[in-house]
Design a protein around this ligand. Structure first.
Ligand SMILES: NC(=O)c1ccc[n+]([C@@H]2O[C@H](COP(=O)([O-])OP(=O)(O)OC[C@H]3O[C@@H](n4cnc5c(N)ncnc54)[C@H](OP(=O)(O)O)[C@@H]3O)[C@@H](O)[C@H]2O)c1
Length: 305
């Protein structure tokens, strides 16, 4: 598997990450086979969050992986905290206790990366800086990042952190690419020109913050999958043509489309199926042409002014 630098962390990570949000309900046997498949293909970067399955996903990962000190060194573990029922919480107490609980569920002494899951309006950046320093100095967390943050929120945090934000995980797929469309429609009188995220892609590139794309197959906010969905006939036709040209299937193309962006975006897969996981990871071996990338972009209904 191709690897890339994760921001300014010094870590080299696979260019596709394996999301673990949906593994909580799998049997230990199925989850072990799933993790084996990922590892055998070089995908050893796993994305978690304390809230996935109410903690069950992290527990399932540790038990299926049979975590121990030797095996721990073979994987790169990222998790997130900061979401509580009905609110977001970046307070010292919440972040510190969340990390202790994550480490205990994952049966490990450290996280490679901790992301703040969604912006907390009541966030005090000085407090977050203090907490990150405690976690870094104790060895519990080696690198820090955010998720669903805009550039100003990242800049505000970085003013106080004294360490880099290495990643920002946002929703992005062929059908959810407002962050891309806004850049193509600068200053136009259409909806796609609306700057919803403050040029998050450019900000991340300028500041060596690696973008990660969650829900690479979903349209809307978990509305369903666009692949093989009759509501997206033109998109599926275009994806099939590109897939045929590369001898792969549409799942591979959906991930390859994200990988083709020069920001070196890391797609975070969500499948729990071995065959689909394999499709997704194969995307690292193909490169879409410029024509193919734009053809898929247009076929999804995105606007070229
Ligand atoms: N930072 C955040 O706020 C945030 C939010 C959500 C998710 N995440 C992260 O992103 C990861 C991916 O999110 P996601 O699970 O929503 O991603 P996704 O890959 O877009 O969706 C996965 C779901 O779609 C199904 N699926 C995928 N391809 C399919 C196809 N071709 N046909 C039919 N069904 C298909 C999968 O079913 P099968 O299992 O049957 O393949 C699974 O239920 C999560 O695991 C998590 O790590 C982060």
């Amino acid at each position: 598997m191709r690897t890339i630098k994760l921001g300014r962390s010094g870590l080299s990570v696979p260019t596709v990450a394996v999301g673990c949000m949906r593994i909580g309900g799998m049997s230990d046997r199925d989850a072990a086979a799933f993790l084996d498949k990922a590892m055998s293909m070089g995908a050893n970067f796993f994305d978690h969050a304390d809230i996935y399955g109410g903690g069950r996903c992290e527990e399932k990962f540790a038990s299926a992986f049979e975590m121990n000190d030797d095996k721990r060194e073979t994987v790169i573990l990222q998790s997130k905290c900061g979401i509580r029922p009905g609110m977001y919480d970046f307070s010292r107490e919440h972040i510190l206790s969340s990390v202790d609980n994550i480490l205990s569920r994952l049966k490990t002494d450290y996280l490679d990366v901790l992301l703040l899951h969604r912006p907390d309006i009541l966030c005090e950046p000085e407090e977050v800086a203090e907490v990150f320093a405690i976690l870094k100095n104790s060895g519990k967390v080696r690198n820090f990042g955010v998720s669903n943050h805009n550039p100003m929120q990242m800049a505000l945090l970085e003013k106080y952190l004294g360490m880099p934000i290495v990643a920002n995980q946002i929703q992005m797929s062929i059908t959810n690419c407002t962050a891309i469309s806004q850049g193509i429609n600068v200053n136009m009188e259409n909806n796609s020109a609306t700057m919803r995220d403050g040029s998050v892609i450019d900000y991340c590139r300028l500041n060596d913050i690696t973008l990660q794309a969650w829900s690479p197959f979903q349209y809307g906010f978990f509305s369903g999958v666009f692949v093989d969905n009759p509501e997206f006939p033109e998109l599926n036709r275009a994806m099939q043509e590109v897939a045929d040209a590369h001898g792969v299937n549409k799942n591979t193309v959906a991930i390859a489309w994200l990988l083709r962006h020069p920001a070196k975006i890391i797609p975070v897969t969500g499948t729990t199926k071995l065959s689909r996981l394999e499709d997704c990871l194969k995307a690292a071996d193909i490169t879409l042409t410029r024509d193919e990338w734009y053809k898929i972009y247009r076929a999804a209904g995105n606007n070229i002014p």
